[in-house]
Design a protein around this ligand. Structure first.
Ligand code: AMP
Length: 282
């Protein structure tokens, strides 16, 4: 696997080493790679001639400097992990390579997609995401961009970004990968104690319960019972739990005429913010 750190190096690699006609699948990450990331690399390699990854902890998408500061950085093991999952070349830029001059994001308003849920609890987060993904798309210009359903709202937003900016890139949403006991894999899980990790399973267990309840109960009752499960658990602080239409992310009030519906949740355990989601119907 080749490491590169600048857009010019990528141009050189593409033109002189890999060839301009090879199909490129791109997997952007912030590192601290786990099997969730690896599944994206594997799929990108399977569906393209070249699999390109990036590791960049994007400062503009963090709204708390402490979270940015605490974000795990494990480049040496990440290199082994990306390579073993099929990554051909890994882009690892410095901050000043991606942000020339001021480290700031542009504001983007995609209506409910950017204003709801993560958008309302993490102001500016999606401005940072959109800014950096736009830069990556311009630099790498991939045929396909691989993103995990783990960040379901981000996936919907990047699809909209690609549509609005008129990129030819296809955005591929990849299945959320969980540990054996159901915990959604996340780089942030490494900050949980064993006890915290056990508490964090409330996310997966409640989503499963909601899926069952949705067979016989109204959306409101499903959400109420889900929230009650969180509120009964000590050491867990619920931020939001909701049922939304998968495309528009608008909240669901009735099953009648409902299209694909997903439950999205955010909660804190031991000061670590965790998100999870699951298709509830059909
Ligand atoms: P991150 O490094 O957290 O920015 O994630 C990079 C990419 O990996 C994003 O597209 C995430 O949605 C995806 N990802 C993270 N965790 C998982 C997971 N457990 N399953 C599938 N994809 C994931």
């Amino acid at each position: 696997m080749i490491l590169f750190t600048s857009p010019n190096e990528w141009k050189e690699l593409k033109n002189k080493y890999f060839g301009t006609h090879v199909s490129v699948g791109f997997v952007p990450t912030m590192g601290a790679l786990h099997q969730g990331h690896q599944s994206l690399f594997q799929r990108a390699k399977h569906e393209n001639e070249l699999c390109i990854g990036s590791i960049f902890v994007n400062p503009t998408q963090f709204n708390q400097s402490e979270d940015l500061h605490n974000y795990p950085r494990t480049l040496h093991t990440d290199i082994v992990s990306a390579s073993s999952a099929g990554c051909d070349a890994l882009f690892v830029p410095e901050v000043n390579e991606m942000y020339r001059g001021a480290i700031k994001s542009e504001h983007s308003d995609y209506g409910l997609l950017t204003s709801s849920l993560e958008g309302s609890y993490r102001p500016g987060h999606f401005d940072g995401v959109i800014t950096i993904v736009r830069k990556f798309l311009e630099i790498i210009s991939p045929d396909k961009l691989y993103l995990g359903e783990k960040d379901f709202q981000q996936l919907a937003i990047v699809k909209e970004l690609v549509r609005r900016d008129g990129h030819e890139t296809e955005v591929v949403g990849c299945e959320l990968i969980r540990s054996k006991d159901g915990l959604a894999l996340s780089s942030r899980n490494t900050r949980l104690s064993d006890e915290g990790r056990e508490k964090a399973l409330i996310g997966y267990r409640t989503l499963i319960e909601m899926k069952q309840l949705a067979l016989t109960h109204s959306p409101q009752v499903v959400v109420e019972k889900g929230k009650a499960a969180f509120n009964q658990k000590t050491g867990v602080e619920l931020e939001y739990l909701t049922l939304v239409d998968e495309e528009s992310l608008s909240e669901l009030n009735a099953w009648k005429d409902a299209r694909a519906t997903r439950a999205l949740v955010a909660f804190y355990v031991e000061g670590v913010r965790l998100i999870d989601n699951m298709r509830i119907r059909p």
